[in-house]
Design a protein around this ligand. Structure first.
Ligand SMILES: [Fe+2]
Length: 389
């Protein structure tokens, strides 16, 4: 029997028939599933879902629940206390800079033929994981601070941060989450062996140059092959991030399921980060426009379900992106709530009057008078985002 219950009545062993909201409003890939742990209940409650439907033929009924849940479920690992995007953002910015410097040194060592020490990345990976547990948007938002000059190193750190966020959203186990962070940090290490004139060419790569650039994946494999301790997850991020679902990728031209789940996730993250970065030959794309493009390019290039999960974990309007409201106010996304379409914003510009606005913060989840009409590029208004972030 299908029964409507309040989220406070939901218990492990029940079967969710419908979360009674659109897929954008809840954090799960599907709306029908068995509740296997207390974390799932917590996730539903924190998404702001107050009521839902259960199927009592497939799981426990409200009346079946006689034994109270233990207060401390030993199966749920300890998690750091949640923090706001603003608090975590400051910590994530320090972490981002430190990790960039570690990667830079590692790549320079590799270029000079020195042994690459992957173990030294473990503390960085752990800090990324802890940061993402404290706030799932802070580190992925910080990844927008990349500069042209340090792109190669910063891209590695960004991919690590985004992979961590994505892996947690996918419910992967803690060890795998840690390993995809390590994988992200080393995923382009082979670029250190690509000649500078190709790597930093201020324009589109031509035939032979592209062939050389593509070899960076094999170079990464060579540099890391001595590391017997490197996990399969980290290897998949490194060796599969340029593979595509239709077989058009490289180095092996793998297709569909030949690419592991981690490899398919890494392909999405790598392209998202590359497009949203400013490069010597192009401006940065807006995050929400990039997410739409990723959906367009699936299923040929990417797994469509995974792209949708990635969008859900970043939000339709990712942290630090610029949006225009119906009122003409233009603001920067500061924090995501349960409703991705109504984040908290810092208003910086007035598109109707074409001038800077008094800087104020509004929470669209509470202020229901206004709504986002579109994502905008800072270039549209000549806004220097660095001043306001
Ligand atoms: Fe790459």
């Amino acid at each position: 029997m299908i029964k409507k219950i309040s989220t406070s009545e939901l218990r492990v062993g029940m079967y969710v028939h419908d979360l009674a909201c659109g897929w954008l409003q809840h954090p799960f890939a599907v709306s029908t599933f068995a509740v296997k742990d207390a974390q799932t209940i917590q996730k539903i409650a924190s998404a702001g879902i107050r009521e839902l439907f259960i199927d009592t033929d497939k799981g426990r009924d409200v009346e079946d629940v006689v034994v109270p849940e233990p207060a401390n479920d030993a199966s749920v690992p300890d998690r750091p206390a949640p923090t706001s995007a603003a608090d975590e953002g400051a910590r994530a910015a320090v972490l981002f800079r430190e990790a960039t410097s570690v990667i830079k040194n590692m790549m320079e060592d590799a270029r000079m033929g020195k042994q690459v020490d992957v173990q030294c990345l473990n503390p960085m990976a752990e800090r990324m994981v802890q940061s993402t547990f404290r706030n799932p948007h802070a580190l992925s938002g910080i990844t927008r601070i990349k500069t042209k000059d340090e792109y190669t190193f910063m891209h590695c750190v960004s991919v690590a941060g985004l992979m961590t966020t994505f892996a947690i959203e996918m419910g992967l186990d803690d060890e795998t989450v840690h390993q995809v962070a390590v994988g992200g940090m080393v995923h382009d290490i082979g670029k250190t062996l690509v000649p500078d004139e190709v790597l930093n060419k201020p324009g589109k790569l031509e035939g032979d140059e592209f062939v050389v650039m593509k070899r960076h994946v094999d170079f990464s494999g060579e540099l890391l092959k001595e590391h017997l301790g490197l996990s399969q997850a980290a290897i998949d991020v490194t060796m599969m991030h340029h593979e595509r679902m239709d077989g058009s990728g490289y180095p092996l031209g793998l297709k569909g399921d030949q690419i592991s789940l981690i490899g398919q996730m890494a392909a999405i993250v790598d392209v998202y980060d590359a497009l949203t970065s400013v490069r010597v030959y192009k401006d940065a794309w807006e995050p929400s426009i990039t997410l739409k493009k990723l959906l367009e390019w699936s299923p040929h290039h990417f797994n469509r379900d995974l792209v949708q999960r990635f969008i859900k974990c970043l939000g339709i309007y990712p942290l630090s992106s610029l949006v225009e409201l119906e009122s003409g106010r233009v603001g920067i996304v500061l924090e995501q709530g349960a409703d991705m379409l109504r984040p908290r914003l810092r208003i910086v510009y007035d598109a109707k009057r074409k001038c800077y606005a008094r800087v104020t913060e509004i929470d669209l989840a509470r202020d229901r008078q206004d709504r986002i009409v579109t994502a905008r590029s800072p270039k549209d208004f000549g806004i220097d985002m660095a001043v306001f972030l």
